[in-house]
Design a protein around this ligand. Structure first.
Ligand code: HEC
Ligand code: HEC
Length: 228
């Protein structure tokens, strides 16, 4: 994404970025039937035997995630649905999720996405602390690295990495290994570019050190109220 140079170094404007892009992306198409959240809850808890295992066995009873399994609670319904569609059509390559997503039809995928989106993430949006130039993670998250054209993660993923709206997922609870796998997937074309290609462009500029610094930064922040 080409950012006007006037926005460089102005966090308030960066924060507006996500909202602006969210507006451009729009809501679900008018013809889409409303999701059946109760049906989604049943899929999450029981799966659809035999092909589809219960989501909660890996993603946690409340969608809180666990080691190796990303949290789903409170992520945008559109974001979750698009990921499931991408696992199903193979554009997001993953051997575990592919058969599960393929085992659900498009409306079941929308239903289960709506269910997890309705659960609280337990991540409170937190203001940035004082930035220490030696803290690579804090610097990247709160300010970005404009020399390399990397905007602050918080400008799209929200204060405290809590996520913004339907299309900008929360980062605060993602493990370093999962995050790195996603960055690698964008670099190698194993994950779709996502809305406006925003994240794929950024992923190409992020190093292994950057990702471990970002993950460490979020993990080191005080746990927020209301764990899911
Ligand atoms: C056997 C374990 C397992 C089960 C069961 C499972 N998942 Fe997953 N899921 C994973 C793993 C592992 C990943 C990470 C894939 C990757 O690295 O791209 C994942 C990723 C996802 C993602 C992408 C999350 C993100 O932040 O982008 C979604 C959405 C998802 N799963 C939904 C579901 C749903 C809905 C169900 C139930 C119908 C389900 N999963 C069942 C293991 C599982
Ligand atoms: C200009 C907006 C923007 C900025 C800045 C941004 N991201 Fe993203 N990011 C996105 C979007 C949009 C997605 C969702 C992509 C999709 O739908 O596949 C995303 C997704 C991600 C994901 C995948 C989440 C998941 O659950 O699988 C990771 C990891 C990530 N971003 C890390 C970062 C890091 C680290 C930074 C800062 C160095 C950053 N992002 C900065 C827009 C942005």
């Amino acid at each position: 994404m080409n950012l006007p140079s006037a926005t460089v170094g102005t966090p308030a404007l960066h924060r507006g970025l996500a909202l602006l892009a969210a507006g451009l992306l729009g809501a679900s198409p008018a013809w889409a039937a409303p999701a059946d959240v109760q049906h989604g809850a049943a899929i999450a808890a029981q799966g659809v035997p035999p092909a589809v295992a219960a989501c909660v066995t890996c993603h946690g009873a409340k969608g809180e995630g666990g080691p190796g399994f990303p949290p789903l609670a409170g992520q945008g319904a559109s974001y979750l649905r698009e990921q499931l569609d991408a696992f199903a059509d193979g554009t997001r390559a993953n051997a575990i999720m592919a058969p599960i997503a393929k085992g659900l039809d498009a409306s079941a995928r929308a239903d289960v996405a709506a269910w997890f989106a309705s659960l609280p993430s337990g991540i409170a949006p937190q203001a940035a602390g004082p930035a220490d130039p030696k803290d690579q993670g804090a610097w990247l998250v709160e300010r970005g690295r404009w020399a390399d054209g990397i905007p602050a993660c918080a400008s799209c993923h929200g204060p405290g990495g809590a996520g913004v709206g339907e299309h900008f997922p929360a980062l605060a609870r993602l493990g370093a290994a999962y995050m790195q796998a996603q960055i690698d997937a964008w670099k190698s074309g194993q994950r779709p570019p996502g809305p406006l290609g925003l994240m794929q462009g950024i992923a190409k500029k992020l190093s292994h050190d950057d990702i471990s610094a970002v993950a460490q930064y979020y993990a080191s922040r005080p746990p927020s109220a209301g764990q899911p």
